[in-house]
Each structure stands twice: as structure tokens, then as C-alpha cells.
Design a protein around this ligand. Structure first.
Ligand SMILES: [Zn+2]
Length: 401
């Protein structure tokens, strides 16, 4: 579903880029206010698209919307005080800019969007004033139901993408053991730490280590920790083993459709207790059919996102990290079963192969491996940036060029 949302956002960004005002003046025909559980909204109806700036002032708290090349049409009544809106005033700024000042008790960061004519109305600029104290579910429901263009206000605060790095095994579970005595749980932790360090050096990316020591964590707890960290991606790091010592190279796995189906049954059975899906879709308040459909949509979108991300990683292995199979593999690994976080399991090498085992023990080889994974992940987020991130901002700027 996030893929869908991303597509809608992209479309919207493209519309904005094409529809840039040509300097033609616009008139504000109406200024409307409404309040709801999630906050308040101001809609300005315009005769033509207008560029805008949105920013806030303090003491008292005011949200300011500047509409360039716009005049207030005669007889327009500004909204009266209601709920968290204390007052709305208008003024004219130099250069023919219409300024609307909204005095409000709402403290959360406001957002604005420019809407092209549609069935819902003509040219509009919409200002949302979220209520930070509103129930998260209500806010999320609003957030997914429309497209919002972040304001070009200073410090618009694009967030980092969060990458959960899961070093496999640990503690009582050593994982595979190489013929030279190398233990999987130890080398994958080294790789995970190297990976986290490199990710944290990249602008717009932040790593979360699911395991950062020699202890065991159950698979579902690993997933829970990634969800708690609001991860945008989950990378599980392993090293493979086989009786045949000649087999070598890395493989990348994502969840199989079959694995997803099995997991769906569990989510549905436990949905009263289950956490909401990312994007705030709750399953607990839906009937069986709707919950099944929603979960299924989320899972399919997630498998295809995982597949794309895994392909980026596998591509960047090319020539740098020896690869066993040139295609992404699918399996029912429990740790990949998040229905809404793109997830992959990377078997970095065969610990049972002498050359691979040496590679796993080498700092410089582990560095190369980590570098290739970061490049792949970055490639994926550049193409499919989650909403509200620096990657999304860069993509929008590129689209506007
Ligand atoms: Zn393993």
C-alpha cells in the first residue's frame, strides 16, 4: 500500500512541477476553515494556481500562508474563530502577495499542499494544522487519504530512512560454524556493525542494530524491535553453510508468497492484539473480509518492494562480492515476515567454504560487503523514497527540474 501511496505522491509532485504558476495573478475566492478530531484545516479557493510559502511565528502562535501574485476577491469573508482556530486575518505584502495569518492553539508543524482542479473543487491551497494530541489512528487515517506537499518553510525537517540491521543468531545460538572455527553469530555481528557505521555516515539514512552483542533474540522479537524503531527496511545478515565445501558466494532472500499466506493467518487470528500496519491501518476494527484484503494488499506490496530492494543489493554485489545465485531467492524465513517493512535476508557467504570463511574474517572484505549493501539500499530508496524523507525531497527536486 505504501507503494501505491508513493505512486500517488509522485503523480502529485509531477502535477505540481508542470502546473507552476506562469506569473498570472490569481484571486482567492473563498477562505474556508474546518475542524476535526485530527486538527484543523484551512482551504483557500483560487482562480489559478499560486505559489505559496508557509511558516510559523510564535508569541502568540501564528501560522502564516503567503500566496504569491494573489489578491483577495472582494466580499470574501474570513473564517470566524472555531475550536483551535482563534482568528484568521489577511494582509497584502509587497509584490502582490496575499498573506493569511492564522492564530491557533495547535502547536504541531503545519503542512500545506496545492491541489489542482478535480471533482472536489478548483485550484486550492490547503493548510493542515495537525493536533499533536489527536489519537494516532485518526491522524494516520487522514494522512493516507490525501496528498500533502511539505511547505518550503525553513527546517521543513525531512526525516531519515531507518534501516534495521539484524545480525542473525547470537548467544546460545551460534549459527553455522566454519571449518576454521569461525562462528556465524560473531562474523555477522561484525558485518552488522560495519554496515550500521556506514549507513550512519550517509545523509538521510539511519541504522538501528537489532542485536548489538552476543545474546539471543527470538525471531518475532527481532521483527517487533524493527517495528518499534519505525524501520523503513529490515536487513537480516547471515552466513550460509553446506556440507559441500565447494559451494561459495552470497545469496539474497525475500519472503515467499507461501510464507506470507501462512503469516496472514496468524495476523488475522491475533489481530485484536496486533499492532497497526505502517501508515496507521488498523486491522483490529475491521471485519474478517476487509482485514484479509487489507493484509493481503499490504503483504503483496511489501513482497514486491522487498524484491526491488533485494535486486538493488544483489546488483551492487556485482564485481565486488562473489555471488552464488544471480537472482533474488524466495523462502519462508520467519524473520522476513513483517507485512509492511520491506525485508531481506542476506547470506553474505558460505562459512563452510575456505575462501569465503577467510573473506568473512577479513576487515577489508567485510567493509567491501557492507559498502555494497549500503549502495544497494541507497539505490532502492532513491527510486522508491518513503514519504517525508530526505530521499523523497531529493526526488521531488529532481522531478521539478
Ligand atoms: Zn544464519
Amino acid at each position: 500500500m505504501r507503494t501505491l501511496l508513493a505512486a500517488v505522491l509522485l503523480l502529485f509532485a509531477a502535477t505540481v512541477a508542470l502546473g507552476d504558476a506562469s506569473g498570472a495573478a490569481s484571486s482567492a475566492l473563498a477562505v474556508r476553515a474546518s475542524t476535526e478530531a485530527t486538527g484543523a484545516r484551512i482551504v483557500v479557493d483560487l482562480t489559478a494556481a499560486a505559489d505559496y510559502k508557509l511558516f510559523t511565528l510564535e508569541n502568540p502562535r501564528r501560522v502564516v500562508l503567503d500566496l504569491e501574485g494573489t489578491e483577495l476577491a472582494p466580499d470574501v469573508k474570513l473564517p470566524r474563530a472555531q475550536g483551535p482556530i482563534i482568528a484568521v486575518r489577511s494582509g497584502v505584502q509587497p509584490g502582490g502577495t496575499l498573506r493569511l495569518v492564522i492564530e491557533t492553539t495547535l502547536e504541531a508543524e503545519p503542512r500545506a499542499a496545492r491541489l489542482a482542479p478535480s471533482a472536489d473543487g478548483g485550484h486550492r491551497v490547503v493548510v493542515d494544522l495537525p493536533d499533536a494530541d489527536a489519537p494516532a489512528e485518526a491522524v494516520a487515517a487522514v494522512g493516507t487519504s490525501r496528498v500533502v506537499k511539505p511547505a518550503h518553510a525553513p527546517g521543513s525537517g525531512a526525516r531519515d530512512v531507518v534501516i534495521a540491521i539484524d545480525a542473525g543468531h547470537g548467544g546460545k545460538d551460534p549459527g553455522a560454524i566454519g571449518h576454521g572455527g569461525t562462528r556465524e553469530k560473531a562474523v555477522v555481528l561484525e558485518i552488522a556493525r560495519e554496515l550500521a557505521e556506514r549507513i550512519n555516515r550517509e545523509p538521510g539514512m539511519r541504522a538501528v542494530l537489532i542485536r548489538d552483542g552476543d545474546y539471543y533474540i527470538a525471531h518475532r522479537e527481532r521483527i517487533r524491535r524493527a517495528r518499534a524503531a519505525k524501520a523503513d527496511m529490515f536487513l537480516s545478515i547471515h552466513a550460509d553453510a553446506l556440507r559441500d565445501r565447494d559451494v561459495s558466494g552470497a545469496s539474497v532472500y525475500v519472503l515467499s508468497e507461501r510464507g506470507a499466506t501462512d503469516e496472514a493467518a496468524r495476523w488475522l487470528a491475533e489481530r485484536e492484539n496486533a499492532a497497526d500496519l505502517r501508515g496507521g491501518v488498523s486491522l483490529s476494527d475491521k471485519d474478517n473480509v476487509l482485514a484479509t484484503v487489507l493484509l493481503d494488499l499490504s503483504q503483496s506490496a511489501n513482497i514486491s518492494a522487498s524484491m526491488q530492494a533485494a535486486e538493488h543489493v544483489l546488483d551492487s554485489f556485482g564485481g565486488v562480492v562473489p555471488v552464488r545465485k544471480p537472482r533474488v531467492q524466495q523462502a519462508g524465513f520467519l524473520v522476513l515476515k513483517s507485512p509492511d517493512i520491506p525485508s531481506m535476508l542476506i547470506e553474505t557467504a558460505y562459512i563452510t567454504n575456505a575462501a569465503d570463511e577467510r573473506r568473512l574474517r577479513s576487515d577489508s572484505q567485510r567493509g567491501k560487503l557492507a559498502g555494497a549493501i549500503v549502495a544497494g539500499v541507497e539505490g532502492y530508496f532513491t527510486r522508491s523514497p518513503p514519504e517525508g524523507t530526505r530521499f523523497a525531497e531529493l526526488r521531488r527536486l529532481a522531478a521539478a527540474d
